[in-house]
Ligand binder design. Structure first.
Ligand code: FES
Length: 161
């Protein structure tokens, strides 16, 4: 599939890369910018980013598959981001993630973000959301929720329209 990259985005990436002494040092920032702009990172995107950075696609693909915040498929309309860092892990973040996955028919053991077949919901782990005292913490799109029990998670899902 041929990519149709907006000229402005192309220029912005050139400017971003120029701030780094070595092109490959901009890899994560370019991938973040790509996902922010297009929502997810396809194989074609990996090839484009690699060419932009003067790397082999495998070097960019390694980053996309290593970091769970990078999506290899389009996200759902409602994105549940479950914190899994220490306080939230101790406070039940993993159980919450498993509960949401089970409720939505997703595999809790799969790496990275998962999206329901109807494209409505995505569930993924994220790292610390900076509210460790109110664990476990979940974001639904841009809205922050603290002290989320499985019952509250059910309410959040039900409230997604
Ligand atoms: S550990 Fe979850 S918000 Fe910090």
């Amino acid at each position: 599939m041929a990519l149709n990259i907006p000229a402005e985005f192309d220029r912005e990436m050139d400017e971003l890369i120029s701030r780094y002494p070595v092109r490959r040092s901009a890899s994560l920032m370019v991938l973040h910018a790509w996902q922010e702009k297009f929502g997810w990172i396809s194989q074609e995107a990996v090839a484009w980013v690699a060419a932009k950075l003067g790397l082999q696609p495998i070097h960019v693909f390694e980053l996309v598959t290593f970091y769970p915040m990078f999506r290899q498929a389009p996200a759902g309309k409602f994105q549940f981001k479950v914190c899994r860092t220490l306080s939230c892990a101790l406070g039940g973040g993993h159980e919450l993630h498993g509960h949401l996955c089970g409720k939505l028919g997703l595999d809790p053991k799969k790496h990275g973000a998962q999206t329901t077949a109807d494209g409505r919901f995505s569930v993924e782990f994220v790292e610390c959301l900076a509210s460790c005292g109110t664990a476990p913490v979940v974001m639904v799109n841009d809205t922050f929720h603290q002290g989320v029990t499985t019952g509250k998670a059910d309410e959040l899902v039900a409230g997604c329209r």
